[in-house]
Design a protein around this ligand. Structure first.
Ligand SMILES: Nc1ncnc2c1ncn2[C@@H]1O[C@H](COP(=O)(O)OP(=O)(O)OP(=O)(O)O)[C@@H](O)[C@H]1O
Ligand SMILES: [Mg+2]
Length: 288
């Protein structure tokens, strides 16, 4: 890893000072950066933007509930080998002799052997079971692993910058946490959100933005919501408001009270939350 490399943000992505500090700390320590935060707060996008800003290729590993650590290292394709062994042609029988032809490289292997340092995104690590992070401890620490089938050691030519994201669905093991630099992306305050909106909709009218921001944070503050809307939902909603040409005044009642906002389906994703919000508005009105 080039020591002088530093992340200073990017024109497409609003990174707060503490987030930039975290990325640079991970670069300096040469440890994986573990990023947590509510859904839609830009965790995945951070990896994309760090890679772009540092001019490093990005390798992505999107983790599912069934993902195993081994798949990131390599897999031995025994089925193809068996099939080839049953073919009569000469080319096939030559192939079969060499087991290397049936070792499928995983994303960690690709990251370790890339000609230049890369950013390696391990996205949503909490989706997999608890063995997954434990099984990667040594590989991420020592940046090497052993291939039993070919008896070779794969050692990283360059240490990749590893960015790991988690939505906190499961706790990660302590031994894993010890090896990471940790950062929690706090939900953006109004000012930061304004900057984020400016990146996506630079020509948005000021009054619409101000009113939309107020409505959005009011919705988020409703106590007991099952699913608070996040940045990406706010951006979707703004896009719809623009597409439907909805003016700022339509987000407020005549007497400047909160109303159920138009196109609220972009913000509230289940009927209980919509009812809760409606009830709250109703109570606020009757208490006047
Ligand atoms: N700081 C930011 N600057 C610019 N755009 C942002 C920022 N944060 C979020 N966004 C917008 O929100 C969208 C969602 O971000 P992203 O997919 O990275 O979230 P996430 O945290 O990975 O969510 P999830 O946990 O659901 O995967 C992005 O495509 C981007 O448009
Ligand atoms: Mg994501």
């Amino acid at each position: 890893m080039r020591q002088e490399t530093r992340f200073e943000g990017s024109p497409n992505y609003v990174a707060t000072e503490d987030l930039k500090l975290a990325v640079n700390a991970a670069l300096t320590l040469q440890r994986p950066l573990l990023i947590k935060g509510e859904p839609g707060t830009g965790k995945t996008m951070l990896a994309e933007e760090v890679a772009a800003a540092l001019d490093m290729p990005l390798l992505q590993w999107h983790v599912k509930s069934t993902t195993k650590a081994q798949q990131g290292l390599y897999e031995y394709d025994a089925v193809s080998r068996l099939r080839d062994s049953q073919l009569a042609d000469i080319e096939g029988s030559e192939r079969v002799k060499d087991i290397h032809n049936y070792i499928v490289k995983g994303v960690l292997w690709q990251a370790f052997t890339a000609p230049q340092p890369v950013v390696l995104l391990i996205d949503e690590i909490d989706k997999a079971d608890i063995e997954f992070p434990n099984d990667l401890l040594r590989e991420l620490d020592r940046m090497e692993f052993y291939v039993y089938e070919t008896r070779e050691m794969v050692v990283a030519k360059h240490r990749p910058l590893v960015i790991i994201t988690s939505n906190n669905e499961k706790e990660l093991p302590d031994a894993f946490l010890r090896r990471c630099f940790f950062h929690y992306i706090k939900f953006p305050d109004k000012e930061t959100m304004q900057d984020i909106v400016n990146v996506h909709f630079p020509r948005l009218k000021k009054d619409l933005l101000a009113q939309a921001l107020q409505t959005f944070y009011e919705v988020r503050e409703v106590p007991g919501l099952k699913k608070k809307p996040s940045t990406s939902e706010f951006l979707d909603w703004l896009k719809l408001l623009l597409a439907e040409d909805i003016p700022a005044e339509a987000l407020r009642s005549q007497d400047n009270k909160a109303i159920v906002p138009p196109l609220h389906g972009a913000l509230l994703k289940n009927e209980q939350d919509v009812h809760l919000f409606e009830r709250l508005l109703f109570m606020a009105r009757n208490n006047r």
